[in-house]
Design a protein around this ligand. Structure first.
Ligand SMILES: *Cc1c(COP(=O)(O)O)cnc(C)c1O
Length: 399
């Protein structure tokens, strides 16, 4: 097996395949086995004590660490150029753990006004119960961050590209402002995946992922990951994760390890489809606008070019006929599946105003850029022509 150092000098596709192989195989196995064991025997009471104190490596109990889960942690940490990864039961468990690791009463957190819905609710409604205040701003404009940051701001939390508007935030700029004020920058990198964007290289302190999406890539498992920039942050988060207990199961880790091996191939194909679909939609008579970071018309196109290796497989667009137009497209697609989530080999479509964000008032939706006519498309790996034709026939149902 290639050493960690040797692998880190390899290109990212090679790392996706080889990082997180087991360093000590049992039979020379090539695929990482599923170590489905909740606990691990100690050779002696002395060695048990040494494992607990951290003087000796070795597993103790699966909530605290497991070889299969560790293989996945090594893999994603290598892709993100981080010090270490911590796998969690879901993406929300990753986000919740990071918030609970650092924030305390009277702290303030600054976030994008456009975030994955449950993240917004967690920050706005759950953290406030613990006396932690938050401010939501459009972080695509760095002056907004500068203006809203306070002495008690402990964390700046961004998502880029953001769900569902595809707004981009300048990671380097956000990190600079956060650090000037002694705050941490946490980036939800789910939409880009480490294959296209590595926020730690741009100054972020912690990255979180919903592995459910691109990294697993097959719409069949949920999971999350936290990647820390350095050992100090890693230890602090690991301590919280072990206590709050939102850790990953070995079987779940094994499935995601199988998925991540093809991340580069899937992203390349889905991204090519997305670019061609963005172009096709831009010229469609029933489409009012398209937001895809790879179109020069995207308001943050230059920032996307600077911090991403590619523009990804997520896009959103406006349809004629507003709310009703969106409903018509949802109810007429045949190949593209009407479902939330993203990042799988299968293309998914959703209409936030009538689905995920239906409970949010129109005014609040519009303030966050979620217009009635906005349709979100998570592009998969099907043949481009089939996706194009399906969208075309569904759009043409709008009168
Ligand atoms: C899905 C998602 C999450 C939450 O992840 P789960 O695995 O569903 O818990 C967080 N952030 C983003 C951007 C997501 O797309």
């Amino acid at each position: 097996m290639a050493s960690k150092e040797y692998l880190q000098s390899m290109h990212k596709s090679t790392r996706a395949i080889h990082a997180g192989g087991l360093e000590h195989t049992v039979y020379g196995e090539v695929s990482v086995p599923i170590f489905q064991s909740s606990t691990f025997a100690f050779p002696s009471s002395e060695e048990g004590a040494a494992r607990f104190s951290g003087e000796q490596p070795g597993y103790i109990y699966t909530r605290l660490g497991n070889p299969t889960v560790h293989a996945l942690e090594e893999n994603v940490a290598a892709l993100e150029n981080g010090f270490g990864g911590m796998a969690t039961a879901t993406g929300m468990a990753a986000i919740g753990t990071v918030l609970l690791s650092f924030l305390r009463q009277q702290d303030h957190i600054l976030t994008s006004d456009c975030l994955y819905g449950p993240t917004l609710v967690m920050i706005d409604k759950e953290l406030s119960r613990f006396g932690i205040t938050s401010t939501l701003v459009n972080t695509s404009e760095l002056p907004n961050i500068k203006q809203a940051i306070r002495p008690e701001t402990r964390m700046v939390f961004i998502e880029t590209p953001a769900n569902p508007t595809m707004n981009i935030t300048d990671i380097e700029g956000a990190a600079e402002i956060a650090h000037q004020h002694g705050a941490l920058l946490v980036v939800d990198n789910t939409f880009a995946s480490p294959y296209l964007q590595r926020p730690l290289d741009h100054g972020a302190d912690v990255v979180v992922h919903s592995l459910t999406k691109f990294i697993n890539g097959h719409s069949d498992v949920v999971g999350g990951m936290i990647i820390a920039k350095d050992e100090t942050l890693y230890k602090k988060i690991r301590h919280s994760l072990n206590l709050w207990g939102g850790t990953m199961d070995p079987h779940q880790a094994w499935l995601i390890l199988r998925g991540v091996r093809t991340l580069p191939l899937r992203i390349e194909k889905a991204q090519q489809n997305a670019l061609e679909l963005a172009d096709f939609l831009s010229h469609h008579p029933k489409v009012t606008w398209v937001n895809y970071p790879g179109l020069p018309a995207h308001p943050q196109y230059e920032i996307a070019k600077k911090q991403m290796d590619g523009f990804g497989a997520m896009l959103c667009f406006g349809v004629k006929g507003g709310l009703e137009g969106g409903r018509i497209v949802m109810n007429n697609v045949q190949l593209i599946t009407l479902a939330v989530s993203l990042g799988g080999v299968d293309s998914l479509i959703e209409h936030p105003a009538s689905m995920t964000h239906a409970s949010v008032s129109r005014k609040e939706r519009e303030e966050a850029g979620i217009l009635d006519e906005l349709v979100r498309l998570a592009v998969g790996c099907e043949d481009f022509a089939d996706l194009r034709d399906d969208l075309d026939q569904a759009l043409n149902k709008i009168r």
